[in-house]
Design a protein around this ligand. Sequence first.
Ligand code: ATP
Length: 340
Amino acid sequence: MSNGEPMSRMKVAVVEGDGIGKEVVLAALRVLDALSLDIEEVPVEIGYGKWKRTGKAITDDDFDIFESCDCIFFGAITTPPDPDYKSVLVRIRQEFDLYANIRPIKGMGSGNNIDFTIVRENTEGMYSGVEQVFPDAVHSTRVITRRGSERIAEYACLLARGNKGDKGKRLTIVHKANILRSCQLFRDVCIGVADRRKILWEDMLVDATAHRLVLDPERFELIVTTNLFGDILSDMAAALIGGLGLCASANIGEDYALFEPVHGSAPDIAGKGLANPVAAILSLAMMLEWFGRAEESDAVHDAVSRVMATGITTPDLGGRCSTAEVAEAVAAAIGKEQAT
Ligand code: ATP
């Protein structure tokens, strides 16, 4: 998933957002500190807190700051109680054309061999924003284009490709083409790209995929699907590996990206030190990989695995540690690794 050569000086817009977004971003930045990389962090305030203060969740000035940075590291934001509110995250994804949403689902600890990635189309489908509101009906238009399907299929095929000596991953193309014409286009384009790229593929209806994910998740290697299906399946998949607190994601475009934990702002546990920071820390590892810093990214993954294996976890995983304690342990594990 690397963006190419390692970048020297990296500049990251940091959005803590609301609720547990603030706590998990702080935790991830603590881990980043331990790597002693030359990264400039630019804080940007957007979200519900800003909306309460100013009436706007995001401004054009915020977009100017984003543009001056290489990418965004994002916590989570709470949706303001405003019927005219348009999702800030959907807007950022569309403005920067972050078309590929990558969500690795990997079991941690012995006995859990689940290891697959969901590649979700991120700019169209049910979230295209094309809606007509009538007095007694609302039409939300599902837009699927050849170009949108082709580029997400190309991205998935890139991830499916094996390195030397390894056969690569089987690509599961998930759709509802027996009912939806838009899904027929998506499926056919994906199959065409996979054949052209010589990727082993299968296709599966979304409802059958949900069923098989629960019964036999270890059979999956790589899934490519449309926006809403990917959104739902990835939250479901999160439950298979211990919950939302473990699931990282990257939103990738041609030359810009946003990295965020899959979970939201979780107001029920906010401010109590209960939030699991692992999803945010693993999102940071995805950012490092995108920056071309594979070694540091691997170091973060290793440190997280080691810390979790010693039972240093937050209450969502049955542990008794706080958000900050887990982050501190991961940072210390990185420090030890670097010292050896
Ligand atoms: P939002 O409205 O911002 O999406 P939400 O509470 O509806 O927030 P999530 O934040 O995605 O949705 O999470 C649902 C529930 O899962 C939370 O209420 C919380 O109990 C749990 N949860 C989510 N993330 C974490 C985490 N990092 N650590 C521990 N528990 C979490």
